[in-house]
Design a protein around this ligand. Sequence first.
Ligand SMILES: [Zn+2]
Length: 215
Amino acid sequence: MAKIEKLIEGYQRFYKKYFGSNDTLYQTLEQKGQSPKTLIIACSDSRVDPSIISDADPGDIFVIRNVANLVPPYQPGDEGLHGVSAALEFAVRILNVENIVILGHSKCAGVNTLLHPESLGSSDFIGRWVSIGEEAKTKAYEKSKVCQTGEHLNHTCEKEVILLSLKNLMTFPWIKDQVNSGTLTLHGWYFPIHDGCLHHYNPETKEFEPLCQKN
Ligand SMILES: [Zn+2]
């Protein structure tokens, strides 16, 4: 895949595109500050870049990425360092985003590690991090009882992790308040890598439904 030279060449194209004139989008963003309306919480996976998938412009989305797009529950005051929660607080309480999207995907190595911790061997951080998703794992095993293929279990668990992260978002009091008052909306998106057809979670049907259109 991409060597560093390819990325530097890419940067040169980016620089020409965005800083080639005197009146640039970045100058506006620098003067007015950022005001993204949407926070996307995605996996760190190199194939699932929220800016590429949503064709976003600079300043459009605030992004948090981590292993398996997990949101930990609200746990202030303990001794942990809460990078995800701090970024969430910044997006919701300072930037006042109007939407939060949890973006999960197929073939997620983080979710696979949650399902099969023995495949990881010893790790300093990964095992404990993905254990946030234990509840999703239990639900995925229950739902996959009828269909025992490993792939079905993984897809089910990837979607359950999205739902768990949405549930954990609601444990943050300032998120819950804004959702209840209608100023903040939560969304669950699932990106299957093989065909790129993004699905969104419909809370009424309790199903992930396609958003892709070829034309
Ligand atoms: Zn992933």
